[in-house]
Write a protein that binds this ligand. Structure first.
Ligand SMILES: Cc1cc2nc3c(=O)[nH]c(=O)nc-3n(C[C@H](O)[C@H](O)[C@H](O)COP(=O)(O)OP(=O)(O)OC[C@H]3O[C@@H](n4cnc5c(N)ncnc54)[C@H](O)[C@@H]3O)c2cc1C
Length: 494
């Protein structure tokens, strides 16, 4: 039997009014709704464009091989949805896109739980009160990051780090913090999703499935509600408080529709769109090629990370495992910060709601430099691996252009290898890391209360609100900021 959960299906009536409407039932939206309920805010509703398509993390449902293909070949996933066109090239195509279902990408993320680095929080882009709440202390208690860390560790069974540490050449890695736990005894696992608050009965805020928000309705510049398509019906839900939590690109669309209407945005275009810059290489060995300590570590399975040298604005990850054919796979990548600016934009075409969307993605000069620096650092590590193993062979060669159009093939090749292989490089197209962020930033478009300065009653949650995203994966910051936003809204409603 399905656990009890308050999901309103497409056949039912949608509410006609609510105190708080949360747009999007993915990572950020569910986190905000759950935190609001925990603070005693009543009459909240979550509107989710997709269906209730199961409540478990994809790694808990699928075997390893099928799951990896579901990630890297998302066209096989009926939930995969890309609500925008791109300006060509590999960026924001391929594996980039949303999962349109209750839970969103919280049912797909890999649990890597890192806070945004001090260097990215301390340069003035992030408002100082937000930084203090995230890192120093919040409302007289532990900082938001410390609270999220504690909650994820508890969910994971005590700690978010496990597994062996590993040293390869200059890379000295420690276990990557991950909010994961085993799901069955056959190697399947799940990463934390705020949807678990609903399945466990901790949260009961209604989630309306199959309910697509076409736009936010305004009167004299202030929020009066949202217009939704639910099943085949179009209707309005009245509210004075809307939280956009529909992922960065959909948040951008809904924000632009409102900001153009109020006259606060001359052109329907939001700059500042960033993802991550990531390059890596993978190679397979026979066990006999490697020192005993690396073979032992591979048998246990390694997923380690280390902050990279300062100029790289990156984290360095390394996985080492035995694939199903017995070959030992070493896969290592640097994932770093893309700079915001005009080179990453979300552009809308005004018309009937929902406006059509286009993503224009490219690299700024600092990003081009980072690509070269990451490739250089990986080239050095490859030389050290070659020396450790006593292999002869060429230097590491990356494609001239950033972003491997055939990224899935490159990532899947090592999994399929039956023995020793040539080293194979890869470069993530923008959007493929799924860390898209930055178009409705706190401190400029949003005030310190997460509210659009230009539209009273309109708030935003999720990575679109990050003024800088650093090298870290976004989920921990999504959860921490959801607590903060819920606190601000609770103050207003209380
Ligand atoms: C395979 C994979 C691995 C990942 N691994 C990690 C990791 O290890 N660590 C990490 O930090 N991050 C990871 N991520 C990224 C992380 O999942 C995302 O950053 C996060 O889910 C973004 O949260 P969000 O709420 O903004 O978007 P989502 O979780 O995508 O939620 C948005 C929701 O809004 C709904 N929606 C959109 N438009 C509308 C509308 N108009 N009306 C109503 N509903 C709407 C969507 O259907 C969706 O359910 C990973 C992602 C993937 C796909």
């Amino acid at each position: 039997m399905m656990p009890r959960m308050s999901v309103i299906p497409a056949s039912a009536q949608v509410p006609t009014q609510a105190d708080v409407v949360v747009v999007g039932g993915g990572f950020a939206g569910l986190a905000v709704a759950g935190e609001l309920e925990a603070r005693g805010v009543r009459d909240v509703v979550v509107l989710e464009s997709g269906p209730d398509a199961g409540r478990e993390h994809y790694r808990a449902v699928l075997d390893e091989d099928t799951a990896v293909r579901r990630w890297l070949r998302p066209e096989s996933d009926t939930s995969f949805w890309r609500p925008y066109r791109t300006n060509g090239g590999p960026h924001y195509g391929g594996i980039a896109g949303l999962r349109r279902r209750v839970g969103g990408r919280s049912l797909y993320w890999h649990g890597v739980a890192l806070p945004i680095e001090p260097w990215a929080l301390a340069d003035g882009a992030w408002p100082e009160p937000v930084v203090t709440d995230l890192t120093t202390g919040y409302q007289g208690g532990a900082s938001l990051y410390a609270r999220v860390d504690g909650e994820l560790a508890e969910w994971a069974g005590g700690a978010t780090t496990s597994g062996p540490a590993v040293t390869v050449g200059d890379f000295v890695g420690t276990p990557t913090p991950q909010a994961v736990r085993a799901a069955g005894g056959d190697g399947r696992w799940a990463a934390f999703s705020p949807l678990s608050w609903w399945t466990s009965g901790t949260a009961s805020v209604p989630i309306v499935a199959d309910c697509h928000v076409a736009g936010v309705t305004l009167d004299r510049g202030a929020v009066t509600g949202v217009r939704v398509r639910h099943g085949s019906a179009v209707s309005d839900i009245c509210t004075r408080c809307v939280v956009l939590a529909a992922g960065t690109v959909e948040n951008s669309r809904l924000a632009m529709q409102s900001l153009v209407e109020t006259g606060d945005l001359a052109r329907p275009c939001l700059p500042g769109l960033v993802d991550k810059i990531a390059h890596g290489f993978a190679v397979t060995f026979d066990a006999a090629d490697l020192p005993a300590d690396l073979v032992d570590a591979a048998h246990q399975g390694v997923f380690c990370y280390a902050p990279a040298a300062d100029h790289l604005r990156s984290n360095h990850f390394l996985i080492l495992y035995r694939n199903e054919h017995g070959a030992i796979v070493l896969d290592t990548w640097l994932m770093g910060e893309q700079t915001g600016g005009e080179h990453g934009r979300v552009v809308a075409e005004p018309g009937d709601w929902p406006w059509a969307m286009r993503v224009a993605a490219g690299l700024g000069p600092a990003d081009e430099r980072l690509c070269r620096d990451q490739q250089h650092a990986l080239g050095r590590l490859w030389e050290q691996v070659r020396d450790t193993v006593g292999l002869r062979g060429g230097d590491l060669a990356f494609d001239a252009a950033h972003g491997s159009a055939d990224l899935p093939d490159r990532l899947l090749a090592a999994r399929a290898a039956t023995g020793r292989t040539e080293v194979r490089t890869y470069s993530f197209p923008l959007g493929a890391e799924q860390h898209e962020a930055g178009t409705t930033p706190l401190g400029s478009m949003l005030d310190d209360r997460h509210q659009f300065r230009a539209v009273p009653g309109l708030y935003a949650a999720g990575p679109s609100t990050f003024p800088r995203s650093g090298a870290a994966n976004p989920a921990v910051t999504i959860l921490a900021l959801a607590k903060r936003l819920a606190g601000k809204l609770a103050d207003v409603s209380g």
